[in-house]
Design a protein around this ligand. Sequence first.
Ligand code: C2E
Ligand code: CA
Ligand code: CA
Length: 758
Amino acid sequence: MIRANTTLRKFLLLSIAALAVVHLAVCLAGGQVIASNLIQFVAVLSAALLCLRRARESGDLHLRRLWYGLSAAFGFWSSAQAHYTGFLVVHGVPPAHPDLADFFWLSYSFPILLVASWERPKPSEQDWTRLLDVSQTAIAAIQVCVAVLMIRGSMVIDRVYDIQGFAMLFACAIRYSTTRGDEERTFFRDLTIFVLCYDVFGLLTQIIPQSQLERGSLRDLAWSLSFLTFSALVVGLPNREGQSAKAKAPAIFLPAHIHGVSALGLVLTSVASSVLLLIYHVSLGLWGLTAACAVFAARMALRESKLYRTQVELEHDNLHDRLTGLPNRVLLERELERSNAADAGKSFLLLLDLDRFKIFTDSFGRAFGDQLLTHIADLLRSTVRTGDVISRFGGDEFVVVLKDCGDELKVKEIADRILHRLSAPILLDQRIVHVTGSIGIAAFEEGRSTLDLLNRADAAMYMAKSAGKNCVHFFDRSILDRAAEDLEMESDLRQSVEDGSISIAYQPIFTVDTQRLVAFEALARWEHPKQGSISPERFIPLAEETGLILQLGMQVLTKACFQVAAWNREFGKSVCLGVNVSGQQLAEKGFFAQVEQVLKDSGLDPSLLRLEITESVLIKNQERVAEILQAACASGIEICLDDFGTGYSALNYLVHLPFHTIKIDRGFLRDVEYDMTRAMLVRTIVQLAKNLSKKVVAEGVETVAQLDFLASVQCDLAQGYLLSKPLSAERTRDFLKSLLVERGTSYFQLCLEPSLKA
Ligand code: C2E
Ligand code: CA
Ligand code: CA
C-alpha cells in the first residue's frame, strides 16, 4: 500500500515536487511549448495511474468503483493531452478549436460527475437512479460530441469549459460535505480540492494578459499543478480511516439528497451543451434539452417517491409497535383525544396487564417473551370487534378501547372473554405455557382527560392484581381512596421504620417426631399508631415497593440475632434463627458483609442463622442467589428455600443450588389429611428433598392429623399454630422457660396435650 510504505511515499512525493519545479523552470525559460505540454501529460497520466493503483488496493467494492471512475476521467484528460501534444510535435502548431482534444477535455468531467453521484449501494435494493445518471452522462457526452463536430470558434468552447468546471465543483463540494465514512469522505475531500485548484487555475489563466499566454507554458503549468496537487494529496496526506467520529459529515443534508444534487451537475453540463447546439442547430439543441430534462425529471420523481415511501414507513413506525404491529401509546392517545361527549358512559377503556410476564422472559429469554406478546396481540385482535382500538401500551400492557359498547355488564362479558381465551394453554416454541392477565376498566366520562382515563384504568388494574390477579376490576371512587390510604400508610411505615418501632414475633419450629424446639422464625410486626396491628401481608409489599424493606429487613435481622443469641446464652442452648430476606436485600452489594457484621456483633454462631429466600426471588435473581449461597456456605450460614411450591422454580435449581432446607408452603398442608393429591405431593417433595440431603420444614401445621401425616412421611420439622403461634419477645421467653420447667428435660420440648390429640 502506498500509504503504508513510507519510503515509497517519500519517493513519490519528491518526484511530484521535482516535476512541479521542472515545469516552473520550463515556464520561466519561456518558449518551451512542447516540453511544457509533455510535462503536463506526465502529470495527468501519473495521477490517473495513482487512481488505478488505489482502486486495485481497495478492498471496498464501492470505493474501488469511485477510484476507477476517477482514473477514467484522468484517462480522458491524458488522451486529450496526448492528441494535442502529438499534433503540436507533428505540425509545429496547436490544433484549431474544436478538435478531438477538446472532445476528450470536455468528456473528462462526466466520470467525475458520475462519481459524485454514486452512493454506496444498499443491498437488496434495485436502484434505477444509477441507470438514469449514466444515461444523463451519455446525453451530455453525445451533445459535446455533436457540438465539437459542428461548432467552430474557440469562444463558445471556452464557455462550455467554464460550465463544466462549475458543475464539477458544485457536485464534488456538496458530495464531500454530505459523505459519511472516513475513507469515502477523504476521497471526496481530495477530489474537491483538485477541482477547486483546476477551476481557480483555469480562471487565472483567463485573467493573465494574452501576451503571457502566448508563451503557452504558463497555462500548462496551471493544469499540471492541479494534477500534481491531487497526486500529492492522494500519496502524502495521512489516512483518516478509523479516526474519531468528529470528522463525520454534518447532518444538514440527508444522504438521500445527494443523488439529486450531484445529478444537477450532470444536467448543468448537458443543458450547457444543448444551449450551444440550440445556437447552431435548433432542432438538435431542442432534442438534447428535452432529453436532458426528461431524464432529470425521471430521476427526481424516483427520488421523491422513494422519500415519500420512507416518510410513510417512518410515520407508521412512529405510531405503531414494532413487535406486534398494534397502535402504540402515541397513536392511542391521539385516538382517545378524538373521542367525544357521545362516548361518555357507553365507551370503555380496558387495560390488560399480563400476570408474571417477567418470569417468562427471565426463564425462557426475551425472544420467547416477544413471541408470547405477538401471540397475545393476535388473540386480542380476534376477540374484539374490528372497530375497537387495540394498542400495546408498553411492556406487557395492552389497552383495548371498546367504543359504543353499551353498559358495564356487556363490557364485563368482553373482559371475561379476553381472560378466558388468554388462560387457555399456549403452545409456543415447543413449550406449553399458561398465561393470565389482570384487567382494569374505566368508563369514558364527559370532560375527563385522556390521562385521567388511563390513570383510572391503571388503578383499577392494580386492584385486580391485588385481588389475586387473573380477574377484572372496574374503576370506582374507593380505588382512589385506597390509593390515598396507601400513601398515608407509606409515610407512617417510613416513620415507624425510622423510629425502630417495628417489633418482632418469634414462631418456634419443632422436630416432627419428638417435638423438640430447634428454631425460631423471626416475623416482622407493625403496630400502627391509629389502625392497630397491620398484617405483614400488607406492609411488607408496601415496604418492598418503596424500598423501605432494606432498612426494615436489616432491623429485623439485627434485633432477632441479638435476641436469640441472648436466649441461647441464658438457657445454655443453641436454637436456630430463621430470618426472611427479600429480593431487594439480596440485590444489595454489601448485604452479605452486613449479615456477617451482625453475627459478629451479636455473637450468634453463623451455623445458627438460616436466611429464608422465597422461590419467586430465586427466579428473578438467579445469579445473585447463587453468589449468596456460595458465600453463605463458606461462612457456615444456612439458606432455606421458603414457600416451596408456590413459584415456578424448576427442579433444576433445587438440584444445583446448595440450599440446606426447603420450607413447604402452607398451602400444601391445607386439607392434606383428606386430599390425596396434596398428600402425594407433600410426600414426593419430602422424599425428593431427602434424596438431595436437604432438611424439610412444613409450615402452617394447624391440626394433629396434619402433624401425624407429616410424621408418616418423615418430614423433619414443623411450624404452625398447632405447635405455637408467633409470639412476642417476652412471651417467647416465658414459653421457653415453661417448656424447660414443665417437661424437666435438658432441651425445650413440647408435649401436645392428650386432649388436643384426641
Ligand atoms: P412466611 O415467611 O411464609 O411466614 C410464615 C407466615 O405464616 C407468617 O405470617 C406466620 O404467622 C404464618 N403462619 C405460621 N403458622 C401458621 C399456621 O398454622 N396457619 C396459618 N394460617 N398461618 C401460619 P405473617 O407473620 O403474617 O407473615 C407473612 C409473610 O410476611 C411472611 O411469610 C413473610 O413472607 C413476610 N414477612 C414477615 N416478616 C418479614 C420480614 O422481616 N422480612 C421480610 N422480607 N418478609 C417478612
Ligand atoms: Ca418465611
Ligand atoms: Ca413461608
